[in-house]
Design a protein around this ligand. Structure first.
Ligand SMILES: [Fe+2]
Length: 295
């Protein structure tokens, strides 16, 4: 199976109006559709949606959507999953903007949707709010004993590459040229850990932080440069308490050659997937923070 893109997450939302206002007015995404079930579909620029906000008693990630490459089909993906004992179902008109998708539960219980095509929103970028380049990656946490099963599934069945890892703490994986579109964090809890949006540079980060400060949203951790993937990142909570990462300068991964494009701040030349120690993975600059990012 070949995936090319992390398309969207569907979040269950408890505080519906504050959550829609946060992703619309503060994050600077555009509301494309408000469905009859109360779900709001928001786009960062060209996709019909990157974030789906669905009223729910249980906040957090309900589903994650990936786009298949042009030479893969839903039917072939279903057959591939079946050959590994995973039951899936092709569904029509589940979300506006996607005519057909394949839905299944992965080996650690996350609901996944695959699609061949999504309509373009045509809205471009907003002029107010943080206005990220894209919805960049999503992170899930689950127990250690399930980590290898998940890594093997995403690598061997879904076609991901492992790009970096910290033994028994975190594993980074990608299906395209971003350093990662997924990471798995070891935890006793089982839930989404964070979702991340890509910014342009330090100026964009500063403007974003000034806006968050004006809205009385504290920065919990960062900005500092992570080791793995080398992005400069900060973290805050959305109104439902989901951890949101703002990030820029993340490594570009060359899937064919198995290394990231060289940068002056890299440790190795070429910089290939590697194990990190926890402190270096969190902050290359040894920046101390009171917030435990991988709890
Ligand atoms: Fe992240």
């Amino acid at each position: 199976m070949k995936l090319v893109k992390l398309g969207y997450v569907q979040l269950g939302v408890k505080n519906t109006e504050p959550m829609i206002n946060y992703y619309k007015d503060i994050m600077g995404l555009s509301v494309i559709t408000e469905a009859s079930n109360g779900s709001a579909y928001l786009s960062s620029s060209i996709d019909h949606h990157n974030i789906i906000l669905t009223p729910s008693d249980q906040p957090g990630c309900m589903r994650v959507g990936f786009q298949l490459s042009k030479d893969s089909s839903l039917k072939e993906a279903a057959e591939e999953l079946a050959s590994h004992g995973i039951t899936s179902e092709i569904k029509s008109n589940v979300h506006p903007g996607i005519s057909e998708l394949l839905e299944f539960t992965d080996v650690v219980g996350n609901m996944v949707q695959l699609y061949e095509e999504m309509e373009y929103s045509g809205v471009g970028f907003k002029r107010s709010g943080i206005v990220p380049f894209n919805f960049n990656h999503v992170s899930f946490q689950f127990p250690l004993e399930e980590q290898q099963r998940a890594i093997d599934f995403y690598r061997n069945v879904m076609g991901f590459h492992v790009t970096d890892w910290v033994e028994n703490i975190i594993t980074f994986m990608t299906c395209n040229s971003y350093f990662h579109v997924l990471n798995f964090i070891v935890s006793d809890q089982k839930k989404m850990h964070h979702l991340a949006f890509e910014l342009e540079d330090w100026n964009h980060m500063a403007r974003a932080h000034d806006l968050l400060a004006k809205k009385n949203i504290p920065i919990l951790w960062g900005p500092t440069r992570h080791g793995a993937g080398h992005p400069i990142s900060s973290y805050h909570h959305d109104p439902d308490g989901n951890l949101v990462e703002l990030t820029f300068g993340i490594d570009t991964y060359n899937m064919e050659l198995g290394y990231v494009e060289p940068r002056p701040w890299h440790e190795d030349y070429p910089q290939r997937p590697r194990a990190w120690n926890p402190d270096e993975m969190l902050s290359k600059w040894s920046t101390p923070f009171g917030f435990d990012l991988v709890k």
